[in-house]
Design a protein around this ligand. Structure first.
Ligand code: PBG
Length: 315
């Protein structure tokens, strides 16, 4: 008996029948950057991605919906920043307005809101700081609770805390439940590495920290035990979905997280991953379309149930 694996690869129909990982448009979530600027402008470090003005955000969403995308994650760029990021808890904050406006036009679109402080604070850190310049956990959790209730009030379907503050999921669940938002889900950025791949996003969101870096709250790239611990803790605190971020350098992490949690696992193909593929394809060094599908399929194969990616619209 000769074991010839290529027997299954000769016929395209047969190839499809035995294909182990299927990628579908329903697996993809598109990030959107909403601003107060008066015209749509391309983000330099992320060709093909835009700062979308709030007052015409529905036009952008219409294109998305027409291309078959039915879920987005929203990032807001506020007009003013301050020490505590007041815009995050303001009923007329950029995210709150954007959610209300989008829901008016597209009530069925699933809206996830990114929940953090770094775009909204003058210091650019993911929480509120104490006198020493470190994250004040208790105070940050207090503001985090106000922020998620405000997002839920505006009409968000799912909130996605990305600030890596210990017990954030516990406090968020409690705030939502106490305010009759039991049905609002939590997508936790449970496993978020301190990554260089966020560079283009920070240019886009003007969220680079003014002092220091994020190593005191985000994970060291070489650690996986710690990642699994984070995932377990967040699941136990009530996260509905656990996210790993970035995606491509952390496929082993996605795989292992998937095997230890019962809830779905998401992966975030971040701005730097996007920019790399874009840059190489602009130079003609790789085939962009095929490369996008290959990376997304790989991320799914590793165990992600769905993927947040700037390629959602293209893919
Ligand atoms: C906010 C946040 C960041 C990203 C998502 N949410 C930036 C960061 O942690 O510095 C990065 C997304 C990307 O790079 O595409 N904390």
């Amino acid at each position: 008996m000769s074991k010839l694996p290529t027997r299954l690869r000769r016929n395209p129909i047969l190839r499809e029948l035995v294909q182990e990982t299927q990628l579908s448009i329903n697996d993809l979530v598109q990030p959107i950057f909403v601003t107060y600027s008066d015209k749509k402008t391309e983000i330099l470090s992320m060709p093909g991605q835009y700062h979308v003005p709030l007052n015409i955000v529905e036009k952008e969403i219409e294109q998305l919906v027409n291309s078959g995308i039915n879920a987005i994650i929203l990032f807001g760029i506020p007009e003013k920043k301050d020490e505590v990021g007041l815009d995050t808890i303001n009923d007329n904050g950029i995210i709150q307005r954007a959610v209300r406006r989008i829901k008016q036009y597209f009530p069925d679109l699933l809206i996830i809101t990114d929940v953090c402080f770094c775009q909204y604070t003058s210091h650019g850190h993911c929480g509120i700081l104490d006198e020493r310049g470190l994250i004040n956990r208790k105070k940050s959790l207090e503001y985090l609770q106000k922020q998620v209730v405000s997002h839920a009030q505006a009409g968000a379907d799912v909130v996605a805390p990305s600030c890596m503050i210990d017990e954030m999921v516990k406090y968020i669940r409690e705030a939502l439940d106490n305010n009759e938002y039991e049905d609002i889900g939590i997508l936790s950025y449970a496993v978020k590495y301190a990554s260089t791949f966020y560079g283009p996003f920070r240019d886009a969101a003007y969220s680079t920290p003014k002092h220091g870096d994020r190593q005191s709250y985000q994970l060291y790239p070489g650690n996986i035990q710690e990642a699994l611990k984070e995932a377990k803790i967040d699941e136990n605190e009530g996260a509905d979905i656990i996210m790993v971020k970035p995606a491509l350098p952390y496929l082993d992490v996605i795989h292992q997280v998937k095997s230890i949690v019962q809830c779905p696992v998401a992966a975030y193909q971040v701005s730097g991953e996007y920019a790399m593929i874009k840059a190489a394809s602009e130079k003609g060094w790789i085939d962009e379309g095929k490369c996008i599908l290959e990376t997304l399929t790989g991320i799914k194969r590793a165990g992600a149930n769905f993927i947040i990616t700037y390629f959602a619209m293209n893919a």
